[in-house]
Design a binder for this molecule. Structure first.
Ligand code: AVJ
Length: 317
């Protein structure tokens, strides 16, 4: 073994030194975590996926038209955090039917999820050109700059909600920077609504979301030789209608020490101390408009579902 820390080890070392302790939700998505997220999307309480699906079903043709360049021009549909691409398939069908010359470039950090997606697309849409990118967003974004032709960049599923206000703005600016005037961004925002519905979406009755959060500790046990005892950790989440943030935590249910072999460190947790593992921000329309303006983007069109739960926003420079 070399004594160079992996990116995950470095992140954990920094995150568990913070006060309060924090880890990034980006590390939820190992192969087990990606599978758990698939289960979350099917939960009765987890409305965002179905709401966005409804938007794609009802407004698929209009969405495709808003994203496509002028007839006859080649373009790429880049999707950040593609997952299983279920919603995107609706859009891909529209685009294939309209016949423009295009390539679908899904970007995902889970190799397992990507393999599943690419295989499903080969089967279901054999005519589609697919150029998969297994990278984190930041790396994929640098590659975006060299991508030929015009592009539409998709960032769906309210993934934008994972960023805090500052990161959100700098991420959007990063997305905006390589865009030519004809390029488009499509971003999915979960909208503020009944706070009880929002909270329930992140603390489901079957405990799938709890398993998803706790899987992060299983990952650290496996990949960093840690010895988190899952019997003494629990999932906790709250929603504040003031900030629009759902925050998720792993709670240490007793005073305990955790050994992390890869860091050659032992971490102390007090009884009821938490690790903050995720933010899932919910937005209002005025907030979305202000954010776009701050990032130097123009709102081209806003698509919502009939219930007004979710918004897919088309943006341009
Ligand atoms: C994939 C980031 C959109 O924040 O709603 C689901 C992840 N976390 N349940 C979200 C998640 C807990 C999800 N995103």
């Amino acid at each position: 073994m070399q004594n160079v820390l992996t990116e995950l080890a470095q992140h954990v070392a920094e995150g568990l030194r913070k006060e309060p302790k924090a880890l990034s939700s980006m590390y939820f998505y190992d192969d087990a975590g990606s599978r758990l997220f698939q289960q979350i999307m099917a939960l009765p309480e987890y409305y965002p996926t179905r709401a966005e699906f409804a938007i794609f079903r009802e407004h698929g043709a209009a969405l495709a038209a808003a994203l496509s360049p002028a007839a006859g021009q080649a373009f790429s549909l880049v999707e950040l955090g593609a997952g299983d691409g279920a919603k995107t398939k609706l859009l891909l069908r529209e685009l294939l039917a309209a016949g423009p010359d295009f390539t679908y470039a899904p970007v995902d950090i889970s190799a397992g999820a990507m393999t599943g997606l690419v295989e499903a697309l080969r089967r279901e849409l054999p005519a589609l050109r697919v150029a998969p990118v297994v990278e984190d967003y930041a790396t994929a974004l640098t590659q975006l700059r060299t991508w030929p032709g015009s592009k539409a960049v998709l960032f769906l599923g309210s993934n934008i909600g994972n960023f805090g206000p500052n990161e959100r703005l700098s991420f959007l600016r990063q997305l905006a920077a390589p865009l030519a005037p004809a390029d488009r961004l499509l971003i999915g925002f979960d909208l503020q609504k009944d706070p009880r519905r929002i909270r329930a979406a992140y603390d489901d009755a079957q405990g799938v979301t709890a398993a998803f959060n706790l899987n992060l500790l299983t990952r650290l046990n496996r990949e960093l030789g840690a010895d988190f005892d899952l019997a003494h950790w629990q999932h906790y989440t709250d929603y504040s209608p003031l900030t629009g943030a759902v925050r998720s935590f792993l709670v240490s249910t007793r005073a305990q020490q955790v050994r992390i072999e890869a860091l050659d460190e032992t971490i102390n947790f007090a009884a009821w101390e938490v690790i903050h593992t995720e933010n899932s921000y919910k937005f209002t329309r005025p907030q979305i408009e202000a954010l776009a303006a701050e990032a130097g983007l123009r709102v081209v069109k806003i698509f919502t579902d009939a219930a007004g739960d979710f918004a897919d926003v088309v943006l341009a420079r």
